[in-house]
Ligand binder design. Sequence first.
Ligand SMILES: C[S@@+](CC[C@H](N)C(=O)[O-])C[C@H]1O[C@@H](n2cnc3c(N)ncnc32)[C@H](O)[C@@H]1O
Length: 263
Amino acid sequence: MTMEEKYIHGVHQEEQDRLRLLNKLTNKAYLEFIQVASNSTILEIGSGLGIIAGSMAERDRSVQVTGIEYAQEQINQCPTHHPNLQFVQGDAQQLPFDDAQFDVVYGRYILEHLNNPQQALQEAYRVLKPGGIIYFQENAISLMRVFPECPRFQEVWQQFITLQAQLGGDAEVGTKLYSLAYHAGFKDIIPAFAQEIHYHKKGTLNGWVDNLIGNIEGATDALMEANLVTTETIQQALQELEMLKQTPEASSYFYWNRITATK
Ligand SMILES: C[S@@+](CC[C@H](N)C(=O)[O-])C[C@H]1O[C@@H](n2cnc3c(N)ncnc32)[C@H](O)[C@@H]1O
């Protein structure tokens, strides 16, 4: 991480709990997205609590999985019982690996936090073997919609774009994935959307809304310090989200940007 970058969510326990919840809600679809051959060497950049990397190591014991993560606090929470899994402390923009080491490099919700996501894609390209594949899933947070509408929530949510930019990141990086892969030299680049749709009958709306609430609560101090919101706006936004949880006909629509590409 460079001096200009500051990780928007932090690594305190409430945030780690939110990240675990987000993993619970979204990992099945993401793991289906990442297809790896037996005996592959795999690198996850920005591996967080190591939950996906742990699942990758468990679902095929013939693969070797490495996670690279900037924060030691996150690595301390990672699984340690898989012989084919290791975590390394380091920066996704300056990978501590030799060229052409990995068959697959993947990452999720990481490029948005970097001040040079292009460099991260170039590093992914460098450490991939020829023919190796990348899988990324990232945010473009303006793609969020809920109904009944929550105008104060949308107001706060939009301010995450400004805050993330001030912290050196890019909350809209998802729509730039194709371009980033193109400029890093990848071929066969395929962009896609993965839908994240929740409603009560599906049983997942409250968990998803709790994740949104956690996002806002975790960033409230930073949003206030940057004069992007008032206490009143935050309170109203949180009230609107609590109302969604009690509204039987409520629904929420979000779309992750994905990319696969080949070296
Ligand atoms: C939102 S979490 C996502 C973690 C994981 N990919 C997941 O989906 O659960 C982003 C992670 O990226 C890490 N991170 C931020 N900047 C980084 C950098 N420059 N290099 C490596 N990791 C970084 C953070 O510490 C955090 O653990």
